[in-house]
Design a protein around this ligand. Sequence first.
Ligand code: AMP
Ligand code: ZN
Length: 114
Amino acid sequence: MSEKCIFCKIADKEISSSIVYEDPEIVAFNDINPQAPVHIIIIPRKHIPRVMDLEENDAALIGKLFIVAKKLAKEKEIEDGYRLVINCNPGAGQSVFHIHLHLLGGRKFTWPPG
Ligand code: AMP
Ligand code: ZN
């Protein structure tokens, strides 16, 4: 098998990160280069590279990313306005090819996004 990706290594605690939530299927940790006062990366432990690689039987797992996001938004007191982002492919800014949901909050956001 090819080398583990950086987010798989974070989930397996082979490299250090600031984990804010974990359960048997999901891990969430603070982004190393935050774009807002709260910037959390939420991943499934399962290595799925991109949205394009999702299969029908991943639906419940991906739904859980949003349930964790909702809980963390409450815990971090950013419920007055937060943004959930998934970048797919380099054209949209994806730089780590292990599917992840960005939870951003604690500041104002503009629309359309950059
Ligand atoms: P994306 O550009 O959508 O693929 O998002 C990848 C995110 O992962 C970026 O916001 C990075 O700052 C973040 N990131 C990359 N390496 C690490 C790391 N070791 N620990 C925490 N966040 C990371
Ligand atoms: Zn991975």
